[in-house]
Design a protein around this ligand. Structure first.
Ligand code: MG
Length: 251
């Protein structure tokens, strides 16, 4: 392989390495990503792939083990945590205080008391992710707008947004972008030697901090417009196609 133009790849999980909807992971494809990372670690001639996700830390750690993301910090819970596998440690963004964590728990309690049929993603620390037993429609039509009004009424530094399936309530000063900024500061990586992979508009902060950005075929059309390359294949197969493109130096 020719010497790479990049030192690291920041890759989203849902809709990229893992299916967007609940379903079996493509373990064969993840095994190939792990082989890529093994080679990057042993030979140093390929950029290491690390993870940048909104998912909670425990889920992210399992994915890190699956794809061998052991060398670089990992951004999880949309920047709330930086996780490292070697040495094994994790650190919350130092801007977050106990008061911010209390705000998240208080909003979760308010949503749970105010709306029937809601339930919450387990494992989040400073954010709240709300699902509904009837799917995203009641969230979009009623619950997310009410959450927005309640945050404004309380005057708390939180933001809320819909995804394909759920509502997120997050600290407004934390994002995948602030997580990447901490990763860069900690590692000394240069943004002009970073590549990125994502599939939704929550991955725009990745796009903004890397020199080259790619999407799998299933990505949001608005994000594809911001990408340097869009693969023909979807999800994990799309990520492999993107790695192949990086490898073949078509850049
Ligand atoms: Mg995604």
């Amino acid at each position: 392989m020719p010497h790479s133009n990049y030192d690291a790849i920041l890759c989203d999980i849902d809709g990229c390495l893992s299916p967007e909807a609940p379903g079996a992971m493509n373990l064969a494809a993840l095994g190939k990503v792990a082989a890529w990372n093994r080679r990057a670690r042993e030979d140093g001639d390929a950029p290491r792939l690390t993870l940048c996700t909104g998912r909670p830390l425990p889920f992210t750690e399992a994915m890190a083990r699956a794809v061998g993301a052991f060398d670089l910090p990992i951004v999880c819970e949309s920047g709330v945590w930086l996780l490292e596998m070697d040495p094994y440690r994790w650190a919350m963004d130092p801007q977050l205080t106990p008061e911010h964590l209390d705000m998240a728990r208080s909003m979760q309690a308010w949503v749970g008391e105010s709306f029937k049929g809601v339930f919450f993603e387990a494992g989040k620390s400073a954010a709240v992710t709300v699902f509904h037993r009837d799917g995203p429609k009641p969230l979009r039509d009623e619950i997310q707008p009410a959450i927005k009004d309640e945050i404004a009424r309380r005057g708390w530094p939180l933001r809320t947004a819909m995804t394909w399936t759920c509502v997120n309530i997050e600290p407004e000063f934390i994002s995948k972008g602030t997580g990447i900024d901490r990763l860069i500061e900690q590692t000394g990586l240069k943004p002009d030697r970073l590549a990125g992979i994502g599939d939704t508009m929550s991955d725009v902060p990745i796009r903004e901090r890397v020199a080259w950005f790619a999407c799998p075929a299933n990505a949001d059309e608005r994000l594809k417009e911001l990408a340097d390359y869009v693969s023909e294949k979807e999800e994990a197969e799309g990520v492999l196609e993107i790695l192949e493109r990086l490898e073949n130096g078509a850049l």
